[in-house]
Every structure is written in C-alpha cells, then in structure tokens.
Design a binder for this molecule. Structure first.
Ligand code: SAM
Length: 288
C-alpha cells in the first residue's frame, strides 16, 4: 500500500483520528517507500520456510506491517500506543493474517505469544524500533532464548555500528559481545533522517541478526554477562581496574581470576574476545 508512505495521506489519516506524535514513544514514521519492502524481504527471506510468522514491534500506522503481511503467513504486531489501534484497523483492515496486540513489548511473555500465535511456523522479528528502548528490546529478544531465526531492525546509525562491530575492535561494547554470543550481525543498509516523519536528529540503519547456537560455552551465562558489563563499565580502564571497581572486588582477587583465565590484567575490555570473557567468567565462578 504505497499511500502509507505518502505524507499527505499520513496527515489526513492521523488528523482524522486526532493523533499527535509522541516523542517519548519514539514515534518517527517511515515515509521513504523503498525501505519497507527491503526490510520485509530481508526478514522473511532470512529463514528457509514456506511458513514464516513475523513478530513486529511498534507498527505505527502499519507501513512496514503492510509489506510483511504480503510476504509472511502471519504477522503479530505489538503496539503500545492504543491511539494507533483504530488507525491500524483502518489501514490494514483488509488482512486476515494480522493480529495487533496492545502492549508494552518489554512486559510481554514472548515465549507464550510465539507458542500461541505461530504454531508450526518459523518465526522472525522485524521492526523499526522505538529508539529509546533499542538495546533493552534486542537484549530481551536474545537473552530469553526465544525460538526465533532472525531479528531485522531499524536502529540509530551509531547503535548499528556498535551492534555490528567486530569484538576486539574500538567500536565494540558490552552489547557487541552479547550480540556475537547469540548471533551473527550484518549491517544491511543506511537510511537517512529525511526518510521519517517527523525527521529525527540522527540517521539510521537496518541491521539483521541471524541467531545461532552460542559459540562459547561459559559455565554460567549470568556470570558471563555480569563480567562483560563490568569490564565495559569503565572501558578506558584496564580490565583489572574495571572489574575490581564495578564488582567491588579486591584487586588481588581479580588479579588471580585474570591469571587463571589467561587474560593480561592490563588489557582493555574492547580488546577482549568472547573466549576471554568466558574464561574470566568461569574462573570468577570457580573462585567466588
Ligand atoms: N513501524 C512504524 C514505521 O516504521 O513507520 C512505526 C515505527 S516508530 C519508530 C516506533 C513505534 O513503536 C511507534 O508506533 C510507537 O508507538 C511504538 N512503541 C514505542 N514503545 C513501544 C513499546 N514499549 N512496545 C511496543 N511498541 C512501542
């Protein structure tokens, strides 16, 4: 439905429903007609199955949803802003393979939703994410070990760089390590700020995370992530200083943990690999 990217059409529909954009909910709607077909193709085409179910977060007025509905067997779209429900009934009312859920995605039991809505389907996630919760949403999708094949999302350009960075490089951060543990990330294409209404202050990019079995096997996942977060808490410090201050541990104890793990105490977190973090976490778990 091309008209959903047309500014005049959007203003007309939203005006009729008395809708005003909420900055707090990250409401920047796509108006560039070439973006949604590419995102939908990348998401649905990422898994080899005739039966693909898509979980969308934040459908807005349904511009991306419309593309997904034409390619997937079913779409479940989770929208927090209940003012958009009558709008979606109008713009996407013709489809019988859509379910709109009025909820905060961070509060939802996604295991249950997937089990109840997508029986027999391969499930992927696709969204133009509200930027204020980019990292929490991505971490929720990954940490909960959901039965999903991929996550194709629009995020701020800077977040895309961090999420897709190679571990051990300058751009890497705690979320880089977490993402690499669960998936292989790929930056698909850039999207300029003028592609949205209202235009945000930053450019964006679409990334795709292909899920896989974790490549390292720490004894305890919770400790593994605790160590990663602590190591990056003060990324300019040495791993010795960062871990001891973030975990409130005596330096001598941390020194012993790093020695057992075979990680130099003067290293910076951004230089460490997943194997290094796993070794530190195992040595940490053994000691404490
Ligand atoms: N998909 C639409 C598009 O591309 O034009 C809208 C994207 S807009 C960037 C983000 C959408 O997420 C908005 O519709 C907003 O209301 C919704 N949203 C914000 N926070 C949410 C949350 N916690 N759970 C579900 N949806 C949320």
């Amino acid at each position: 439905m091309e008209r959903l990217t047309d500014i005049g059409t959007i203003k007309e529909i939203l005006g009729r429903h008395g809708f005003t954009f909420s900055k707090a909910l990250g409401q920047n709607f796509l108006i560039n007609p070439s973006v949604c077909p590419r995102m939908a193709e990348a998401a649905v085409g990422s898994v080899e199955s005739e039966r693909v179910g898509v979980l969308e977060i934040g459908p807005g007025i349904g511009v991306l949803t419309n593309e997904l509905l034409q390619k997937a067997e079913k779409v479940v779209a989770v929208e927090l802003d209940k003012r958009l429900l009558p709008v979606l009934s109008e713009t996407l009312g013709e489809y019988d393979n859509l379910k709109v859920v009025n909820a905060d995605v961070m509060e939802l039991d996604l295991h249950r939703l997937i089990r109840e809505e997508f029986a027999g389907m391969r499930v992927v996630v696709c969204a133009n994410l509200p930027y204020y919760i980019t990292s929490p949403v991505i971490m929720k999708l990954l940490e909960e070990h959901l039965p999903i094949g991929s996550v194709t999302v629009m995020v701020q350009k800077e977040a895309a760089v961090r999420l897709c960075a190679e571990p051990g490089t300058r751009d890497s951060s705690a979320i880089t390590a977490a993402v690499r543990y669960y998936c292989t990330p790929e930056l698909l294409f850039h999207v300029s700020r003028g592609s949205f209404m209202p235009a945000p202050n930053v450019d964006s990019a679409v990334i795709r995370l292909m899920l896989h079995e974790p490549t390292v096997t720490p004894k305890d996942e919770k400790t593994f992530f605790k160590v990663i977060k602590a190591a990056f808490a003060q990324r300019r410090k040495t791993v010795l200083n960062s871990l001891s201050s973030a975990l409130s541990l005596d330096k001598q104890i941390v020194r012993g943990i790093l020695e057992t793990a075979g990680v130099p105490e003067t290293a910076r977190a951004e230089r460490l690999t997943l194997e290094d973090f796993s070794a530190i976490a195992d040595s940490f778990a053994d000691r404490l």
